[in-house]
Ligand binder design. Sequence first.
Ligand code: NAD
Ligand code: GLY
Length: 363
Amino acid sequence: MRTVKVELAERSYPIFIGSNLLADKDLISRHLPQHRAAIVTDSVVAPLYLDAFAGALNDAGVEVIRMVIPAGEQHKDWQTLGSVFDSLIAHRCERKTALIALGGGVIGDLTGFAAATYLRGVPFIQIPTTLLAQVDSSVGGKTAVNHPRGKNLIGAFYQPLAVIADTATLATLPQREIGAGLAEVIKYGLIRDPAFFSWLEANIDALTRRDDDALGYAIQRSCENKAEVVAADEREETGIRAQLNLGHTFGHAIEVGTGYGSWLHGEAVAAGMVIAARVSRHMGLMGDDEVTRIVTLLKRAHLPVVAPDLGVDHYLDLMGLDKKVEGGKIRFILLRAIGSAFITAEVPQDAIAAALVESAHHG
Ligand code: NAD
Ligand code: GLY
């Protein structure tokens, strides 16, 4: 088992990464403050893992309350959140009853927000079962639901007590979801870890065919990168954590503009990172060769690099609701080089327009 620590003083917590951790009843139960816990999962994950996981907790003497919500980004909303609160109240869950998120980023984000707000905050544990959730969304305490007009607009920063990433669960993930997770893995190389980017270029085929060692290392290195960023800027106040949003300003516009669930989040981020790289190139920050390296790696991960043609004005309108907007100006994460990102509001409109038009027509 690999362990990564998120260092946040009294809110510090471990990330455990390894195969078959769901069956390790002691690993999970030792983080529970009482012998009762509520598991929130979705309609796809439940038939695969809920019985075995709940059974392991029962063996550890934990009474389990099960909540199954419909799978998919389109259900990461206020209404589904309300159904979780209804269930928590119906089962008389208390301040020490932990909420356990068993699933992908949708489950983790929604359950985390429920944990942050139910009774003003209850213990929370992340059990991520998608690659994307194991490398990104389960770590760092961002929780949220979507608004029809914008991604993750309603949420809270709320750290879990532990993250337990069972890599064996990745065996049942559809191939498209592996690609979506790899987009966020590639993101870490692009924003701050050029050696990792080179390692990914050498190992991308092993990752797409789910080689255990390659996946284990990629998950560990991603979590190490994320843990360092979150420790430096937990609440996204200094611009450091905002770098994790490379490609997301464009990506969120793609997700909302095409309708939640049509493009996977990781796919939209991949196309968004290509647009951000091209904006950087149009501003003279990066060369053609680096943009080509980025596009090539994303394609090898079977990710989309051509963005939907929503029209420049519609993109700008959708991006106007981005959480990074400050004083009415959209702030973008751009690249000085592979491995070096920064945030800026000083981006010429013609560079954005040119990158959007180019990305709607070229891979
Ligand atoms: P998801 O939660 O929708 O999971 C993808 C699909 O895989 C779902 O249908 C799910 O039911 C299924 N699934 C989950 N585990 C499975 C398994 N082991 N086997 C088979 N199927 C499985 O999507 P995701 O890509 O995990 O997460 C995307 C969400 O994460 C987005 O809402 C995004 O905004 C959010 N996110 C949050 C952060 C953060 O820091 N909080 C970071 C990145 C992304
Ligand atoms: N996924 C962006 C963040 O955690 O800050």
